[in-house]
Design a protein around this ligand. Sequence first.
Ligand code: XMP
Length: 317
Amino acid sequence: DWTPDSFIESTVKELKVQLGNDKVVLGLSGGVDSTVAGVLLQRAIGDNLTCIFVNNGLLRKNEFESVLDQYKGMKLNVIGVDATEHFLNDLKGVREPEKKRKIIGRDFIEVFDKEAHKIEDVKWLAQGTIYPDVIESVSVNGPSATIKSHHNVGGLPETMKLKVVEPLRLLFKDEVRRVGKSLGISQDLLGRHPFPGPGLGVRILGDVTAEKVRILQDADHIFIEGLRTWGLYDSIWQAGTILLPVKSVGVMGDERTYENTIALRAVHSTDGMTADWVHLPYDFMAQISNDIINKVRGVNRVVYDISSKPPATIEWE
Ligand code: XMP
């Protein structure tokens, strides 16, 4: 019978045999899958595992610092790389969603490869790929997925020639969460909503600037913390905010304003392939709308997305 503990025991044993004394590199995203893969590998091979966590400048507010701290608290051998400027520079003036995705994916590989090259004699690339990623081309999982589509399809730079190890490739998401729990990973981390690899880059419609990232991070933070405070977070598959390329007129005191619009998105889903919008309580939406408009400079209007997938997608880009 499959249990998290039996899976951990047999997988750790197999990984020890497979990897021996080899050095392994893994990209951490802050998400569930890469974290569980990291802790599992760490258990098998200790500090022969080096983890790399890249800040692409498109993460949630304070995410890079707080998740990096959590990783260090788990005793993972992790290198944090703040590459915000690298990404934002390359994204300058780019408006098209697929182009933005390509640039973010390419920059990630550049940053990751540069760090991986610093690890002497590294032989393996570990990935947090799970079973649905194996059977579907659409993945819901951040950098590990980015590595997958770009590294494996486009190929790693010839000089690296890393072998790939994917200890979670036969597991479903709920099994990954149970394994994570058995490994002692905090519930807070295991219960996190999915977050796309290109991050806020595909939630800022049109071109990306540092100022727009600031606005969206602040609005998103208010929304997500509100969901937690109201006890709504855990019943929702995924939630976030979108910065629309729409300005509209408002009033503040005696002043006329002409500012940005934020859309809230919250969906129920089981696999991300279909989704229904969440019937959020009106009182909650009223509070979030007030908070965002009063506290986030540059926003004077908040709307709620009531579209289901299909035909709408979860992300707007
Ligand atoms: P859509 O927008 O297609 O999203 O309904 C379905 C799920 O996939 C996530 N998503 C992505 N994840 N890279 C990712 O790693 C991407 O480019 C990407 N685009 C969408 C989305 O957040 C949702 O969970």
